[in-house]
Design a protein around this ligand. Structure first.
Ligand SMILES: Cc1ncc(COP(=O)(O)O)c(C=O)c1O
Length: 321
């Protein structure tokens, strides 16, 4: 029996069975091309004994929201799968999700669809800095942040988080951030909000201080908010763009996706918010250089169905967690 199963066994099962969605069917992902499960086997030196489970890649072992499956079936039954662009109803679902769940309303033209948040911050690093420039990150942080900087010939500048053992949480070293932001070689802050892996949901006050420091020193903020929907009770996620005015928005962009929230990472569909038209153009140019344009039709449909119809599923997942 795996650890999580043991925990499930000891958990109050009345609350688990009170869910309206199926969170108990175990799906065998062996042989399905799951990156998480394949990696575990590839990296193990000896054959793994039964019951070992991977905790590396952040995707869930839960069945998908049935509303997404239904929408995908309808797409297959009724649509010709030619090159597909996002529809008005797609954009509307993204805008309404942000408004309902995060209390801010992006404009339609700010949204750039991207085949993932990782490709988006790679493109943004290329768009808003040049080789040799410094990109500030707050380690320990999601490892692709480091790769995005070094593979694009920029320099990692670490504004290390403080591990406050007394408070049992990580905190931002603001004095160090100010000092690093004031160095004219450092052009970008790649922010992880909420933070993976330390699990902090940055407070409005902390985010405001970050914005103030970066704007004072002309540092562009790429805010990776991919975990913005997975927030535990008592905490509130603040979208960075809800803190800035029109002028300050020239120095900021926010990356979101339905992938973590609804376990849809395989669709590689994400929504990037860039309010400033010039910044948007520069960002899109980096995708153009790679010949990247449209996403796949399934991703748009899955995202729209999730945002429009799966809020109850998400609430139940949060309760399950
Ligand atoms: C902070 C963070 N950003 C981005 C990603 C992945 O983004 P995508 O799959 O959209 O490229 C992850 C996945 O774990 C993540 O934790």
């Amino acid at each position: 029996m795996t650890d999580w199963m043991a925990i499930m066994d000891k958990t109050d099962t009345t609350s688990i069975t009170s869910f309206s969605y199926d969170f108990t069917t175990k799906i065998n992902r062996e042989g399905q091309g799951s990156a998480k499960w394949n990696l575990m086997h590839e990296q193990a030196e000896d054959p793994l004994s039964e019951g070992i489970v991977p905790f590396s890649v952040a995707d869930m072992e839960l069945p998908h929201p049935p509303e997404v499956i239904t929408a995908l079936h309808t797409l297959l039954d009724t649509t010709i799968l030619g090159y597909t662009v996002p529809t008005d109803s797609y954009f509307q679902s993204v805008i309404e999700w942000q408004t309902r769940r995060h209390n801010w309303t992006p404009q339609k033209e700010w949204i750039v669809t991207s085949p993932g948040v990782v490709p988006a911050f790679h493109a943004a690093i290329r768009a808003f800095s040049k080789p040799g420039d410094g990109v500030i990150i707050q380690q320990p942080v999601y490892y692709p942040f480091m790769k995005a900087i070094t593979i694009n010939d920029r320099i990692i500048v670490n504004n290390a988080l403080i591990n406050n053992k007394k408070e049992r949480c990580y905190q931002i070293d603001f004095a160090d951030l100010e000092q690093k932001a004031s160095n004219p070689h450092n052009k970008i802050l790649l922010l992880c909000s909420p933070h993976n892996p330390v699990g902090r949901v940055w407070t409005r006050n902390e985010l405001q201080r970050i914005v103030d420091i970066c704007l004072r020193h002309d540092v562009f903020i790429i805010s990776d908010e991919i975990h913005n929907d997975l927030i535990m009770p008592g905490y509130e996620h603040t979208t960075l763009l809800s803190l800035v005015d029109e002028v300050q928005a020239k120095h900021t962009m926010v990356c979101t996706a339905p992938s973590k929230t609804f376990n849809l990472a395989g669709f590689q569909t994400s929504n990037i918010f860039i309010p400033d038209a010039d910044c948007r153009k520069k960002f899109q140019l980096e995708f153009e250089k790679l010949g990247l344009g449209m996403l796949n039709a399934f991703g748009y449909t899955a995202c729209e169905a999730a945002y429009n119809n799966c809020e109850v599923w998400l609430e139940e997942v949060l309760r399950l967690i």
